[in-house]
Design a protein around this ligand. Structure first.
Ligand code: HEM
Length: 252
């Protein structure tokens, strides 16, 4: 997925020129139209911060739950640790790394944002797929719960997205055989489906009695809300990119 360009004016030091001015009258007034875009940027950065806090809380609680009986981990806790770190931590950060308002990646060059995205996506996908397989192999009857079915959809789309991501990464080299725009659009679409279905599966996981008995139903519903909230925030940017790219292709 091609990253959006970073906005250099956003990081500029607003005080930088003020120190060279001779009188208060010379202080440049902020144009009215810039006030709106500045507020929007603050709002987008705040949403990004909120997403990080919610990811931390959700992943942290899941890991505490998984290690409640200590080590070695049996198949269910191992499955939770791998899936939650793979999907909700690494894949979330992989998607956010391309967002222009993301804290840790905002000052990275475009090429480094792509590298960070690729590495996080590969490691996250491998852990997530391994986590799902660990639990599926441990069960005698498979895909008989909504939790497992959404997990299966997430796993399939993650695998497709991984292959498709390589095609997007080398879109320029493959341009003779493959329409670059098409591989990028499908990569974004499959990525969104994989990420959203993994979040739905996670919510069904938190709704299981074993988890509610440990965490209390109130906390379980709270982190279901957290999961819905950070998933919605994270998919805003790729969804906008998806529609922009699709309109550009159809306009041609
Ligand atoms: C992103 C997170 C998660 C994903 C993608 C996921 C995915 C899966 C998959 C693919 C299976 C195998 C289904 C089958 O073979 O029928 C499964 C089973 C299971 N998972 Fe998860 N899981 C996640 C998180 C959780 C959490 C947080 C819990 C508990 C708190 C949990 C508890 C279980 C249990 C108890 C089973 C066996 C019963 C069943 O299939 O519903 N999982 N999960």
């Amino acid at each position: 997925m091609p990253p959006n360009a970073t906005d250099s004016t956003f990081n500029a030091d607003p005080e930088a020129n003020v120190t060279n001015l001779k009188s208060v009258d010379q202080v440049p007034q902020t144009p009215v139209e810039n006030v709106g875009s500045y507020s929007l940027k603050i709002f987008q950065s705040s949403l990004n911060l909120l997403a990080h806090i919610l990811i931390g809380a959700t992943v942290g609680i899941s890991i505490l739950y998984s290690f409640r009986n200590g080590t070695p981990l049996s198949s269910t806790p191992l499955h939770i640790v791998l899936c939650v770190i793979g999907y909700q931590l690494l894949m979330s950060e992989a998607i956010l790394s391309l967002c222009p308002h993301n804290g840790w990646s905002a000052s990275l060059r475009l090429v480094d944002k792509r590298r960070a995205h690729t590495i996080l996506q590969i490691v996250g996908s491998v852990l997530a797929i391994a986590g799902s397989i660990v639990k599926a192999l441990n069960k005698s009857v498979n895909w008989n719960t909504l939790h497992g079915q959404y997990g299966l959809v997430a796993m399939v789309f993650t695998a497709v997205c991984l292959v498709n991501g390589v095609a997007s990464l080398y879109a320029f080299e493959f341009r003779k055989y493959l329409n670059g725009n098409l591989s990028k659009i499908t990569h974004i679409c499959f990525g969104i489906v994989a990420f959203v279905t993994s979040a739905i599966s996670l919510c069904y996981g938190f709704d299981k009695n074993s988890f509610k008995n440990w965490a209390t139903p109130a906390l379980a519903y709270t982190i279901i809300g957290f999961t819905a909230c950070f998933t919605a925030i994270i998919i805003i940017n790729p969804t906008i990119t998806f529609f922009k790219k699709s309109f550009r292709v159809f306009k041609k």
